[in-house]
Design a protein around this ligand. Structure first.
Ligand code: GUN
Length: 283
């Protein structure tokens, strides 16, 4: 089975991070702290945020949970972000997206101190990603690269096709692949002759949010297929890739669940540790 075991790779990462936290705690008496901000009660967001806080505790991080009502005003959220920016106990800040319609998400993301921006969504960190100098890289894209590295997938010179152009996954993963010298094609809803493009992919990343969107005829034999989708169909989690059709053709493929998903939180922890380490360096 050409399966990429994200669950196992993420577990090993968490163990390495927990060990580093232990070491730094013994040296300095300090530990990283992650503040999460959740507005409203979207069930999926609630699960994600709960898992992030649970992982913090398992790894020896402090976690600060701010769960606020759907009616929270933009100014109050900006004031909270400012307070977290000033708080020395907080190494990383994560404002869970999507935010309610009445709040300007971009304004909120831009209010986060770039050094605490563990999502890598602040324009300063996006700019560093573009120039190939980023330290805080968006978590899901960073997790994808980590998986490709772990399975020794050669990226240089390969044709990487990314389906989806979101700021959270599609655009940043395209830049990371480009920074690793892949030839990158970004596809989206207006792309013409999509199967022709996807069939030329050595590495295919599906991040469109549509269940079973990538079918067997869209994938060439021997491709590495990364499925970022988390879609619920009849109560079951399925990816953007029609797994049963694509798996026989793929050299390697991520399952859903257990592929990219577990990596996102592991990378968030890694970013928080990085932000913490940078903050305790004498300047
Ligand atoms: N919503 C879905 N994915 C993400 C993520 O990676 N970070 C944040 N902050 N919100 C999200």
């Amino acid at each position: 089975m050409p399966l990429i075991d994200g669950k196992k790779v993420a577990k090993e990462m968490r163990e390495r991070i927990a060990h580093k936290v232990e070491v730094v705690k013994n040296q300095t008496g300090k530990v990283p702290g992650l503040a999460t901000v959740l507005i409203g009660e979207d069930p999926a967001s609630m699960v994600y945020v709960r898992n992030k806080n649970k992982t913090c505790k398992e790894l020896g991080f402090n976690s600060f949970q701010h769960n606020l009502p759907e009616t929270t005003k933009e100014n109050d959220l900006l004031a909270l972000v400012d307070e977290l920016n000033q708080n020395d106990q907080v190494s990383g800040i994560l404002v869970q997206l999507p935010l309610p319609q009445h709040i300007d998400s971009q304004k909120v993301l831009e209010a986060i101190d770039p050094g605490k921006d563990v999502d890598g969504f602040h324009p300063v960190n996006v700019g560093k990603l573009v120039t190939g100098t980023a330290t805080l890289v968006p978590c899901t894209p960073a997790g994808i690269i980590e998986l490709l590295n772990h399975y020794s997938v050669d990226i240089e010179g390969k044709h990487a096709v990314v389906l989806g152009r979101s700021n959270i996954v599609g655009k940043p993963v395209s830049l990371l692949l480009l920074n690793r010298n892949a030839t990158v094609t970004i596809c989206h809803s207006r792309t013409k002759d999509l199967p022709v493009v996807t069939r030329s992919a050595d590495i295919l990343v599906a991040a469109v949010g549509k269940a079973n969107f990538v079918t067997g005829d869209m994938v060439r034999d021997g491709a590495v297929v990364i499925d970022v989708g988390i879609n619920r169909v009849d109560g079951k989690l399925v990816g953007d890739v029609a797994f049963d059709e694509v798996e026989p053709k793929a050299a390697l493929i991520t399952p859903v669940p257990g592929g990219v998903g577990p990596m996102t939180i592991a990378m968030l922890m890694q970013n928080t540790l990085k932000a913490f380490t940078a903050s305790i360096q004498p300047s």
